[in-house]
Design a protein around this ligand. Sequence first.
Ligand code: HPA
Length: 272
Amino acid sequence: MWKRVEKTYASLRNKVDFKPQIGIVLGSGLGAIAENIESVYSVPFDCLQGMPMSTVEGHSGRFVFGYINRVPVVVMQGRVHYYEGYTPQEAVLPIRLMIRMGVKALVLTNASGGIRDDLDTGDIMMITDHISLVPSPLIGRNDPSYGDRFPDMTEAYDPALKEMARAAAKKVGVELKEGVYIQFTGPNFETPAEVRMARAMGADAVGMSTAIETIAAVHMGIKVLGLSFISNKACGLSDKKLSHLDVQAESRSVVGKLSSLISELVVLASNK
Ligand code: HPA
């Protein structure tokens, strides 16, 4: 796997010589956030050797390089999920690649189902911690030049970045809720019983990504901020049936709010 990361990195460097400071992963329906960056290049995933491909609708699968408020960033439009049939190690390869490109911090966004009573459709929840029900992407041989065999996860979501996100949200007038995110494998939505289990375990919102990406980033010593858009109440907590189309439609409605929050945050994070 580490060789594959290096091979994909070499293939990327044959195409672009851009040094991003911050990496941003856009979740379901949030791809339009990339339109708000001053884009310099974009590289479709299928141009990169060894790169796993996103197969989900609403994820076009490319890296966009450019500037947000003059800060060099790489935006991943279309993530790779475990449920697409990739291993956890493959699913986090793009994260490792962004870290190899030189990013110092990662902003991971996703859409999720709200479990906690006050988390409603349209809310943004900053992830304070996670529970992963997916095998760790660190299973397998460790290369100590990338990170420790047994990384500590006490502060998986960086306290300083969380403070900056609170400040950024205040400045742009966006209400930022906070809570614990749980990653199920998907691709089916959870059952009502599973949602009750997740609540009992201490989860506030449920989704199908992000936790394993955070693990890969923490392993490589990179700071992570997680922003989860609540696209629906989790299964069994409202009368509505869940559909990916609704998730995408709801997500599109939050693009403006999330873009302004990220733009402000990127400036604060780059000055650190
Ligand atoms: N469950 C899992 N993933 C999701 C949900 C959900 O309710 N909403 C958006 N992504």
